[in-house]
Design a protein around this ligand. Structure first.
Ligand SMILES: *[C@@H]1O[C@H](CO)[C@@H](O)[C@H](O)[C@H]1NC(C)=O
Ligand SMILES: *[C@@H]1O[C@H](CO)[C@@H](O)[C@H](O)[C@H]1NC(C)=O
Ligand SMILES: *[C@@H]1O[C@H](CO)[C@@H](O)[C@H](O)[C@H]1NC(C)=O
Ligand SMILES: *[C@@H]1O[C@H](CO)[C@@H](O)[C@H](O)[C@H]1NC(C)=O
Ligand SMILES: *[C@@H]1O[C@H](CO)[C@@H](O)[C@H](O)[C@H]1NC(C)=O
Length: 552
């Protein structure tokens, strides 16, 4: 009995074993089928993923990337510095582990209760500017007051030259606060500090590579900044003496939720037609579509559009973008004080490459009128015509040419002026402006001469050379105006607008160029698809109706 059962179990066991084996084999075959993709008849075995197979960048390439990420930190220069056999007598060179960073792009110096945050250092040897050559430091400091009123702690500059072990040490002079309308506690103020350099005895002065700021002459510094000295590339040299070069600087782009991408395209193309050679944006947080637009320009025309890193000087973290947007709006005064940093960084980086600099928002355009259609001719005209209300006889040059503001509001309830033109050409479609221009001070914008500007606010130069140039000239509105595509603060001004279609002088090129960008970047809806969807919707509705009728 027992033996019989055992044999039966054995047979049963073998049968189960065979079944399980067959099942496993089948499963294996099936699962290997999962890795096969069949297209038509051919069936290919895929052994590869779409991953990046490029080689890791070498150190040189990485240094270039780091330079773009942290423009003011001179890592390359630091790494190739000559090492001294003996430690420096005075002012030992900072090494990598000695640096104190602040909010990614800044470095700091604390002297008792005064904090200095450094954003950039720039070499200034302009002949038209007094006390040059010098290195200027763009700094945020927690001190405010007029000259002589504030006691700045003494600070020394240690200037590091190429292939020299010992620094040149000078006392920092000159604290120019790029803000003249009063201070407040807990804020940091944009301030330009100077490190005066010895005047060269004939020939050119040597340009220091790096600079550190210290409280005592011989301190080992905890900060190290690249001294920016960017001369024009051959492509950036002006073709002729009469062809001036123009640059536009834009503050940190803070548009996380509103899609202004399409407006930027039209704005950039207008500027290009007016003769602008370069537009520099600073990055805060942008809608992904806007990032796409800026990146497209940046990648394809790096000589035309630049996007630079930026963070708030007081230290509010900028990478969490929703937070950063909040931080920028939480304290308007803090935000405005910080706006002086991109303006002046942009100016000092580029002052040798361009003749005039404009500081604008993306809703502002300086528009020459009548037969003048570019900024070069506008400057030419600016020299000839009188100031609109002041005597400027006896002047041969001006720090800036300024243009009075005219609002071009949205007027959402007024009918389209150009019925045949799509609304997605914003400026071409918005050709109604407030009847009155603002006065010379309110919301005016200027083209600043790089020969004379020293400290720039978004409307006027707060500091200028004063070596022969006159104060900014306000150009009469017969010749040009600042077109400001926003709502006026004073709503009474909205009444009785006038038609002003000066921008149509740039047709049809402007429309073509904007359209080409819209098309390239996929802004234009697919009309065939929209029509098909519409037809389908009608068919569906009819079907529903028929069903409803048959039910009743
Ligand atoms: C630092 O302290 C000095 C002396 O107590 C004072 O005069 C100065 O205003 C303080 N500065 C700041 C930034 O708090
Ligand atoms: C515009 O017209 C004026 C007056 O006719 C003339 O003097 C000037 O040269 C013209 N400007 C340009 C840029 O054509
Ligand atoms: C607003 O604008 C109107 C029309 O230009 C002007 O008469 C009025 O004084 C302005 N109001 C203020 C508060 O500036
Ligand atoms: C703009 O953003 C919206 C929302 O994310 C998206 O649907 C659209 O495709 C974007 N447009 C372009 C041109 O990328
Ligand atoms: C638009 O959509 C249609 C239908 O889906 C498609 O055949 C066509 O290729 C699309 N056109 C473009 C430019 O994407």
């Amino acid at each position: 009995m027992l033996g019989k059962h055992t044999r039966l179990f054995k047979i049963l066991f073998v049968i189960i074993f065979i079944k399980v084996f067959i099942l496993l084999v089948l499963l294996c075959v099936n699962s290997s089928d999962i890795h096969r993709v069949s297209r038509g008849r051919t069936s290919k075995f895929i052994n590869d993923l779409l991953i990046d197979r490029r080689q890791e960048p070498n150190l040189e390439e990485r240094l270039k990337l780091i330079r773009e990420e942290m423009p003011s930190f001179p890592l390359e220069e630091l790494l190739r510095r000559p090492r001294s056999v003996m430690p420096n007598q005075c002012g030992e060179a900072p090494d990598f582990m000695n640096i104190v960073y602040h909010n990614e792009y800044w470095q700091e110096l604390q002297i008792q209760n005064t904090s200095f945050y450094f954003f950039g250092a720039y070499y200034d040897d302009r002949k038209t500017v007094p006390k040059t050559p010098l290195v200027r430091l763009l700094t945020m400091i927690n001190l405010y007051g007029s000259e002589g009123e504030v006691d700045y702690p003494i600070v020394y500059c240690q200037l590091w030259y190429k292939n020299q072990v010992e620094p040149l040490i000078v006392e920092a002079i000159d604290h120019k606060i790029v803000w003249i309308w009063g201070g407040a506690s807990r804020r940091f103020f944009p301030t330009l500090i100077s490190c005066p350099l010895p005047k060269p005895k004939g020939g050119k002065a040597e340009v220091p590579e790096m600079v550190s700021l210290v409280a005592d002459r011989c301190d080992r510094a905890k900060n190290l900044l690249r001294v920016v000295h960017e001369l024009p590339e051959p492509s950036e040299v002006q073709q002729s003496k009469s062809a001036r070069r123009f640059m536009v600087c834009v503050k940190a782009m803070d548009f996380p939720y509103t899609d202004m991408s399409w407006r930027v395209i039209e704005w950039l193309e207008v500027l290009r037609m007016l003769g602008v050679d370069k537009v520099v944006f600073y990055d805060a947080q942008m809608h992904p579509n806007m990032t796409r637009v800026i990146n497209d320009y940046k990648t394809n025309e790096p000589h035309f559009v630049e996007l630079r890193p930026m963070s708030l000087g007081r230290g509010e973290p900028h990478s969490p973008r929703h937070f950063h947007h909040y931080a920028m709006s939480a304290d308007g005064f803090n935000r405005i004080l910080n706006e002086m940093i991109p303006y002046n960084d942009c100016f000092y980086r580029n002052m040798y490459k361009y003749d005039y600099v404009g500081i604008f928002d993306i809703d502002e355009v300086i528009m020459p009128l009548h037969n003048v259609t570019n900024w070069n001719d506008l400057i030419e005209l600016g020299y000839r015509v009188p100031d609109y209300e002041r005597d400027s006889k006896g002047c041969s040059d001006w720090a800036s040419f300024c243009f009075r503001n005219a609002y071009f509001p949205r007027y959402p309830d007024r009918p389209k002026v150009f019925k045949q033109l799509p609304s997605y050409y914003y400026m071409l479609q918005h050709v109604e402006r407030t009847a009155e221009h603002c006065d010379r001070y309110s919301a005016a914008k200027c083209l600043h001469s790089t020969k004379y500007a020293v400290g720039l606010h978004n409307h006027f130069p707060l500091y200028r050379a004063k070596t022969g140039e006159c104060e900014p000239k306000s150009i009469p509105i017969e010749y040009a105006q600042l077109q400001h595509y926003r709502e006026p603060d004073n709503k009474t001004r909205l009444i009785n607008p006038v038609t002003d279609d000066n921008i149509w002088r740039f047709q049809p090129q402007l429309q073509q160029r904007v359209y080409a960008k819209y098309e390239k970047l996929g802004f234009l809806p697919n009309i065939t698809q929209m029509q098909e969807a519409e037809e389908q919707r009608i068919l569906d509705d009819e079907q529903k109706l028929r069903e409803a009728i048959s039910l009743t």
